[in-house]
Ligand binder design. Sequence first.
Ligand SMILES: Cc1ncc(COP(=O)(O)O)c(C=O)c1O
Length: 407
Amino acid sequence: MLKQPVNRALFDEVMVPNYNPQQMVPVRGRGSRVWDQEDNEYIDFAGGIAVNALGHVHPALVAALKEQSDKLWHLSNTFTNEPALRLAKKLIDATFADKVFFCNSGAEANEAAFKLARKYSYDNVGPEKHEIIAFYQGFHGRTLFTVSVGGQAKYREGFEPAPGGISHVPFNDLAALKAAISDKTCAVVMEPIQGEGGVIPADPEFVKGVRELCDQHNALLVFDEIQTGVGRTGHLYAYMGMGVEPDILTSAKALGGGFPIGAMLTTNKVASSFGFGTHGSTYGGNPLACAVAETALDLINQPELLNGVADKRALFVEELQKINAKHEIFKEIRGDGLLIGVELIDSMHGKAASFLAAAREEGLMILMAGPNVLRMAPSLIIPDEDIRDGMALLESAVTKVLMAENA
Ligand SMILES: Cc1ncc(COP(=O)(O)O)c(C=O)c1O
């Protein structure tokens, strides 16, 4: 079959304009390097937005996908399948959870979590216990329920009426949560590190306080670990380094290492409210996705890999500090493990997109987390050489942005 030649210009012609991708089309990747249609090389500090935790085209993931693709692609939930059963067992053995629900994305995992929290309170207390409390700047996906629980009004505006019974309080403000929570609260929803909201870690004392308030009011604690999960912070899940356990945890992104999959994890007690027929997804638990995710989990949930995340972070921070010593452009470097947020100095606020474009021109892929913060979420096994090479490119990009600013 002859493939029609395509280019970036076609995007604007044929795609709904909800995205505005960079002005090149990547065609292949390996490890932490990517090449575009013109064979220009890029170093990837973006990791597909915290997805490609094992880099691009990891041979073990390719082998798992090839093996499963020769056996069975899809069944629906009328039947179960071996990869889904194996993956569920491994997730349960590795976490607080007793039960898993599979879906295809982060938003779907959260949709399931929020529905389950409501249903659990409905079953055990009554319909009045339906209120969800979440945090300003939080991000939980783009379905109507998830943009409503998310704490950024811009993602909801124009799509109202939004589902009711949802309120927001400032992140890391226990007094505000204490004032808002009541016996009508069915769940408190939070990211251990707010990713899209600017890479803002939850204070350890705050997390403990949230758990206590949930217990006092018989509310479920939902951790959205879609960005922080599967090794990103150097723990399999971030909660493991926080001294608290959630009642529901959502996972996606890195779980499939680049193959779409989402999962909601919970306890036996809570799971019982998702009885037969209450919720579902045609593709959830798809054998191809689960076979790849099982292999990704096997590779990531190893002490050597997880411990290596702190070393890689140290190198990232060291290199960023070197750039800052020269250019005094970063106000703060924050986050945990390989979820790195770099806030620009006040006079550069609003300019993160200029740094992204300049970096891309130099051959470096990075992300932003709002208009003031550069974000990096690379492969957890990015070679040190790629970190150093990428930072040299970042420095060139910084120099060019500053020259353009001062011109
Ligand atoms: C914390 C968090 N939750 C949910 C989502 C939504 O995931 P998805 O885009 O797979 O629906 C994201 C995506 O960025 C996220 O970072």
